[in-house]
Design a protein around this ligand. Structure first.
Ligand code: ADP
Ligand code: MG
Length: 259
């Protein structure tokens, strides 16, 4: 038996993107293993969200290659084709159907966005019901299943939206600042959720909150001016003089809350 060739879930090579002459992403090289949970930090304007835009096809790179799963060049595909390959993105603001119940929201995603009305009149198949319950357990909202999504707290809405993404069984999940606006307790539970999903999915998390980063991060990538400044454990990047310089503009003080 031959051993399957190891590949990166994501390999970005020599990727650049300029907006009106400003290089938001500058000869970026980024590699991630399948099943990894990778945290990306970096000061405002470092290019973090643009990086996700390039992966998801929302923005086209000026040059470079973005390889997914070892064999697909994403730069040749449009946003819709990329989503169909199993790349799910969670934007910062939650977008759920507030007038529908939590379980209906998950159901709508399970049915691949076939429309609210077709769902309301369709019968819930037992297999769907099991899957909805399993997803609600995963995101910790089983006891809220029959509540309208509009009654959820900000953090709970974020979890619901993660559940809606999971319903589509993404292979790669991109999450932009999930802890923003959450209470400390919600932040910690979000960390536990993401940790429980790692391995089953490959996950990129962009985050500001260093307590949260410390909770979830194995490997942290620091982005600065569109390129990788350094990569390593939380301790390694926090001790890195270049990182301190970038965040604080001076060398003495350690970044307590960076990003
Ligand atoms: P981050 O998420 O790290 O804060 P962004 O990726 O949002 O940074 O932005 C990086 C830089 O690129 C910023 O200077 C931003 O103004 C610019 N930028 C991002 N998207 C666009 C766009 N669609 N058009 C023009 N400039 C953009
Ligand atoms: Mg951003």
């Amino acid at each position: 038996m031959s051993t399957p060739k190891k590949h990166f879930i994501l390999a970005m090579e020599g990727v650049s993107k300029a907006f009106d002459g400003f290089r938001a992403i500058n000869d970026l090289n980024f590699y991630m293993d399948e099943g990894e949970l990778r945290v990306i930090i970096g000061p405002n304007g470092a290019g973090k969200s643009t990086m996700l835009d390039l992966i998801t096809g929302r923005t086209q790179p000026d040059r470079g290659r973005i390889e997914y799963g070892g064999d697909t060049d994403l730069t040749r595909l449009n946003e819709y084709e990329i989503a169909r390959l199993g790349i799910g993105r969670k934007f910062q603001t939650p977008s759920v159907y507030v007038d529908h119940t939590v379980e209906e929201n998950i159901w709508l995603s399970l049915r691949g966005g076939r429309g609210v009305w077709s769902c309301l009149f369709a019968r819930l198949r037992p297999a769907d019901r099991d899957r909805i319950h399993a997803l609600l357990d995963t995101i910790g909202l089983a006891d809220r299943a029959r509540r309208k999504a509009g009654t959820l707290s900000h953090g709970q809405k974020q979890w619901l939206e993660i559940g809606m993404l999971l319903a589509q069984e993404p292979r790669l999940l991109l999450v932009d600042e999930p802890a923003a606006g959450m209470t400390d307790n919600e932040t910690e539970r979000t960390g536990e959720l993401l940790l429980s999903l790692a391995g089953k999915h490959s996950i990129v998390v962009i985050e500001h909150d260093m307590v949260f980063v410390r909770q979830i991060a194995r490997t942290v990538t620091v982005l600065h001016q569109g390129s990788i400044l350094c990569e390593g454990t939380v301790d390694q990047v926090q001790a890195d003089e270049r990182v301190k310089e970038v965040y604080l503009g001076r060398k003495k003080k350690a970044p307590a809350t960076v990003a």
